[in-house]
Design a protein around this ligand. Structure first.
Ligand code: SAH
Length: 338
């Protein structure tokens, strides 16, 4: 649609109605780009992105203005996208993976807010989601993210190291599976060593680790290591490091984090529920069962401080749960359909 057509629909009759499309193109192969991502690029008058990503959509670029940019010009890119959109153009900003995961979506909104933009503005913004590196890398190595996980970027270009180190420490202590983005570059080589040091304080040295380089690209490489040997791997700007939790296993060349079914079901003998467990209900050690246990322990003389230590939870939290003992009747709660 051209700006003329759009102008009649605009609440502000005078402003040309441009658009900024933040397009996540997935890990880097055409097959893993969404239909909407390709369509959005086809709709654009101007396409902005790194050379590598622009090459992937070369077939869609005929007749378009193409701006090939380098690495450190994100704010410039957002500013020029806004300028072009203000003239009524549709601008596609291409990010690898998902534009909202360590991508252009954040800086673009920051620039827009700074310029006084609001969602009612004539310039409209659409974010087109794509498979992020963690999705792509996980798919290649097995099923490492099937339980709670988080992403941490080791880049200290815009984030102070103590912030990064605290997050690494907290994630390691809380037993999250972790995807490390931007793990290492030519100049940033020590960050990954520090990350390993923080993790080793909380996790076994033989915790499975996968280093995936250039997922779904020509130079794709997968290296399985342990936490102890992680730093011997060839790690670079195009690598993502996946660190398993305390239950993650490496079997037949596959990194798998159990979902938790073995806590509830007998995986060998026909898959029936274990004694004391019920399909569709919280575990016996789920919230209600746990509360009942904490109350019973407290009634039999275990102090709140001991309970806090036993369950590795804040004392305030234990005190609050003890002060509010009535658990909902489990039988009345509708069955979960997880
Ligand atoms: N927006 C992107 C992330 C950009 S940050 C996304 O959602 O995936 C750049 C980091 O992403 C790299 O340092 C690397 O850690 C990771 N990355 C991006 N593409 C990758 C790929 N194809 N294979 C492995 N890691 C990748």
């Amino acid at each position: 649609m051209g700006p003329q057509l759009l102008r009649t629909e605009s609440p502000d009759q005078t402003a040309p109605k441009g658009r900024i499309l933040l397009v996540g193109i997935g890990p880097g192969s055409v097959d893993h780009m969404t239909h909407r991502a390709r369509a959005a690029i086809a709709e654009a008058d101007v396409v902005v992105g790194y050379v590598t990503y622009i090459k992937l959509v070369a077939d869609l670029l005929e007749g378009k203005e193409v701006v090939r940019k380098g690495m450190t010009e994100e704010l410039d890119r957002a500013v020029s996208a806004l300028a072009a959109a203000r003239q009524g153009k549709t601008v596609a900003l291409i990010s690898s993976g998902d534009a909202g995961v360590y991508g252009m979506a954040g800086p673009t909104y920051e620039v827009l807010f700074e310029a006084g933009w609001t969602p009612d503005d004539a310039v409209q913004v659409e974010i087109i989601p794509g498979a992020s590196a963690l999705n792509a890398c996980a798919a290649l190595v097995g099923a490492p993210l099937t339980h709670d996980f988080c992403a941490i970027s080791l880049s200290d270009l815009l984030t102070p190291w103590p912030v990064i180190a605290r997050r690494l420490n907290a994630a390691a202590a809380a037993d999250f599976v972790v995807a490390l983005y931007n793990p290492k570059s030519g100049r940033r080589t020590r960050q990954i060593v520090e990350a390993q040091r923080l993790f080793l304080a909380h996790r076994r040295a033989d915790t499975p680790v996968a280093i995936v380089k250039s997922a779904y690209r020509r130079r794709q490489n997968i290296d399985f290591r342990t936490l102890e040997t992680l730093c011997e791997a060839d790690i670079g700007m195009l690598s993502t490091v996946l660190i398993g939790n305390s239950n993650t296993v490496l079997r037949h060349g596959l990194m798998v984090t159990p979902r938790g079914y073995a806590n509830k079901y007998d995986l060998q003998d026909g898959g029936g529920a274990r004694a004391g467990e019920k399909a569709g209900r919280s575990l016996s050690t789920g919230l209600d069962g746990w509360l009942a246990g904490v109350l019973a322990d407290h009634a039999s003389g275990v102090s709140a401080a001991d309970l806090a230590q036993r369950h590795r939870l804040p004392l305030d939290y234990i005190l609050a749960t003890l002060a509010e003992p009535s658990a909902p009747d489990a039988e009345e709660v509708t069955q979960d359909t997880e």
